[in-house]
Design a protein around this ligand. Structure first.
Ligand code: BG6
Length: 488
């Protein structure tokens, strides 16, 4: 795979002792180094409050890479060289000590790109930005990366964005939605805009409806108190699922540059039809898992997970019927669903085309199943087109459904880089195309807000579903009421 080296950079990771750094950031950086993408002088400085020291951080990084990087990519010499890039500083966002040292260590970002990655809670975004500013680390060559949760509602998201904007110009703010860094999600852009055969069909005249499913088998993975304050709507729908919807629904951007792409996504978000309180019951379903079995292991109910309070009303499953009020999509529902403790980990987008207008075949030729295009984001990444074909053999013309299958694993030899590998290098390059702009995040919150508010005002508990099933029965009813079924 071709790798284009990036310019020299310093990366400062706030929250260096946290889970994201261990699981995602350090492994991704090591793999980029292994691929030859990092210039010789690039350095990574871990920052946290703990007094860990350089050796302690390097040891922690070594363990993280040995745990989370596949064995086939572990090379002791290259790992040692990577660890030599790492340094560590103990800093507190609420105290002045040490910040001037950081600025000196980075030469006040005079000549080298400096990336500040905030892998910390959003309550620290404002204070850290202010500290960086106070030691002159917010200039032209400085870039800020922030992770979700980017707020809990429209108001808090707007306030966070304002705190960031007080220090960093929007062009230097990179809001991560790791779904956008997934190879297969970017492939949606290739599918739609590098092929001529789909675009003429990509509208209400030919598409009956679209389904977007992001199903997980995992539960809370030790994040009980975070998750309970957010739930599936805030954790998955407001960001990942709406971003996927935008990539499917947006108009062709004029160019693949950051503003052209994000302008088009924003138009989609602003065209989403608000779900009114009176429509909540017919267009939304929220569920919560009960004890059950997933992957042949028994799992406890959500209420019995560590960190979940007694009186929790948080949902672990959401299904929605979403409509887009524009010319292209008028009358084409987008059904979205996501949940934890479902039977399989599957993310896919299914485009369901209309039925043929008139059948020339005999009544006993077999059922004419409507065409579907399935974009499988993970696992078994690929694209599958379900078509009607002639059932082989003599004795009349019978029809049978068959599929054209492009499996990425079979078609390409390369390893699929993790989303963070791509996104981190994009920040260094100064390319924000795959990051969310402020107005996008706020538009997504604005639309989600009306649903969240109605749910919160409602005394009902989320509908129960047994862990290891496809959510509450009302999620099936949501789509079947319209004479459609979820793609299995
Ligand atoms: C994160 C959510 O953003 O995405 C998690 O906070 C979720 O709750 C995860 O499990 C899913 O990501 P992926 O890449 O495993 O599909």
């Amino acid at each position: 795979m071709e790798t284009i080296p990036v310019q020299n950079f310093n990366l400062v990771i706030f929250g260096a002792t946290g889970d994201l750094t261990r699981r995602k950031l350090l492994p991704a950086l090591y793999l980029r180094d292994l691929a030859g993408q990092m210039p010789g002088d690039a350095s990574i400085i871990g920052v946290a409050r703990t007094d860990l020291g350089q050796d302690g951080f390097r040891q922690q990084a070594k363990e993280a890479i040995e745990t989370f990087v596949d064995e086939t990519h572990r090379d002791p010499e290259r790992l040692a060289a990577f660890l030599n890039r790492l340094d560590y500083m103990s800093l507190d966002a609420n105290a002045e000590d040490g910040w001037p040292d950081l600025a000196e260590r980075l030469d006040h970002a005079q000549k080298t790109v400096c990336v500040f990655y905030l892998a910390v809670g959003p309550q620290f975004f404002g204070p850290i930005c202010q500290r960086l500013k106070s030691v002159d680390l917010s200039g032209e060559l400085c870039r800020l990366v922030v992770e979700k949760p980017l707020g809990r509602d429209l108001e808090s998201a707007t306030a966070l964005n304002a705190e960031i904007a007080a220090v960093f110009d929007e062009s230097r703010v990179y809001r991560i939605d790791h779904y956008l860094g997934k190879e297969t999600v970017q492939n949606l852009l290739a599918l739609r805009f590098a092929n001529s055969m789909f675009e003429p069909l990509w509208n209400a005249a030919h598409i009956d409806h679209v389904q977007i499913t992001v199903a997980e088998t995992v539960g809370l993975e030790g994040r009980g108190s975070y998750y309970d304050a957010f739930g599936a709507m805030r954790d998955m729908v407001q960001n990942h699922l709406l971003q996927l919807l935008c990539l499917v629904a947006m108009e062709p951007p004029a160019r693949i540059d950051a503003d052209s792409v994000r302008d088009e996504k924003l138009k989609v978000l602003r065209s989403l039809r608000p779900i009114e309180p009176s429509e909540i019951a017919s267009k939304t379903v929220r569920g919560r898992y009960e004890a059950g079995a997933v992957d042949a292991s028994t799992v406890p109910s959500y209420k019995d997970e560590p960190g979940v309070p007694e009186d929790s009303k948080t949902e672990t499953f959401v299904a929605l019927k979403v409509e887009i009020d524009n010319w292209r999509w008028a009358g084409v529902p987008f059904y979205l669903r996501t949940g934890k403790r479902l039977p399989a980990k599957i993310s896919e987008i299914v485009i369901h085309f209309h039925a043929i207008p008139h059948s020339i075949f005999a009544g006993n030729a077999g059922e004419l199943v409507k065409n579907r295009l399935v974009v499988r984001l993970q696992p078994d990444e690929g694209i599958r087109m379900h078509l009607m074909t002639k059932d082989p053999g003599p004795g009349g013309l019978r029809l049978r459904e068959a599929s054209l299958n492009l499996s990425f694993a079979d078609a390409f030899d390369e390893r699929f880089p993790d989303a963070y590998e791509r996104l981190l290098m994009d920040v260094v390059r100064g390319n924000p195309t795959l990051f969310m702009r402020r107005d996008e995040v706020e538009a997504a919150w604005k639309w989600s807000q009306s649903i969240l508010t109605t749910w919160e005002e409602n005394a009902d508990q989320p509908k129960p579903y047994i862990a290891g099933t496809w959510g509450p029965s009302s999620a099936i009813a949501l789509i079947e009421r319209d004479g459609r079924t979820w793609h299995e």
